[in-house]
Ligand binder design. Structure first.
Ligand code: 1GP
Length: 252
């Protein structure tokens, strides 16, 4: 039996191997374009495909995931902007609670409403403390949730929030500067959080070069997520994946 997705993430972390996930937003890609992207991801040894977006106005979420699954074993993890973005064709679900905000709907309210539906999906559920960090531009999630992001230089707020999430039982912490962020999360903040928590740390938002991905991993990220930059230049998949995986190589 294949280990679950969460176990795979934990195993990589225990082995000090960094992981790379490409974010696929169904609003920005047609199902017919999926195979080319997935072949690039397979060639580049991408570890996970995150599927989701803030809104997902298109109605081809299932179709996109089925197109991925038809040709690849890369685990597909849902990264939903709302409870409507659930597909039973995925492997696992980032069950997000927006712990950086103070909007009860996104902390627990929508979860209560969608809980039976989520359970019936049969997906592997990975509770995730989701933290939005100011990336220099208003994000869709901040607008919709009416919740302010954590200021980019307030490392202590970030680390206390992440720690609280972990102690509440969240299996993952995801710090996100927002899709297409002007300024990605500072390495000092990643390091401050990584030092305090023991669950895997996901970092995303505005990462657009292999160097940034590499430095974020060195600072303590376990899993790097890139969406926008790859939409603009799919060739970056290979370079960023190589940079992330290079951090795993022990220095002798
Ligand atoms: C956004 O973390 C993801 O939620 C990825 O961000 O699209 O800027 O890579 P980018």
């Amino acid at each position: 039996m294949q280990p679950g997705t969460y176990q795979q993430i934990l195993t990589s972390k225990a082995a000090k191997q960094k992981s790379f996930a490409v974010l696929v937003d169904p609003d920005k890609i047609q199902p017919a374009e999926i195979p080319a992207l997935v072949h690039l991801a397979m060639d580049a040894r991408v570890d996970y495909l995150l599927v989701g977006g803030s809104l997902v106005i298109s109605n081809h979420l299932d179709e996109c995931i089925q197109a991925i699954k038809a040709i690849s074993d890369i685990p597909v993890i849902l990264f939903p902007g709302s409870p409507s973005q659930i597909s039973r064709y995925a492997d696992a679900l980032l069950y997000l609670s927006l712990i950086s905000g103070r909007n009860p709907e996104l902390l627990i309210g929508q979860h209560v409403i969608s809980a039976p539906f989520v359970k019936q999906s049969g997906l592997e559920i990975m509770s995730t403390g989701y933290m939005v960090i100011d990336g220099g531009a208003p994000t869709t999630v901040s607008y919709i949730s009416n919740a302010s992001p954590i200021p980019s230089d307030k490392n202590e707020i970030a680390l206390c929030t992440a720690l609280a999430g972990e102690m509440l039982g969240m299996k993952l912490i995801y710090m996100d500067a927002g899709s297409g962020a002007k300024t990605p999360i500072r390495e000092s903040m990643i390091a401050a959080v990584a030092e305090q928590i023991s669950v895997p740390l996901i970092i995303g938002g505005g990462i657009n070069t292999p160097e940034k991905a590499y430095r974020n991993c060195r600072a303590g990220a376990d899993l790097i997520v890139v969406g926008n930059a790859i939409e603009k230049d799919p060739g970056l998949i290979r370079e960023i994946s190589a940079a992330v995986h290079a951090v795993s190589i022990p220095v002798v």
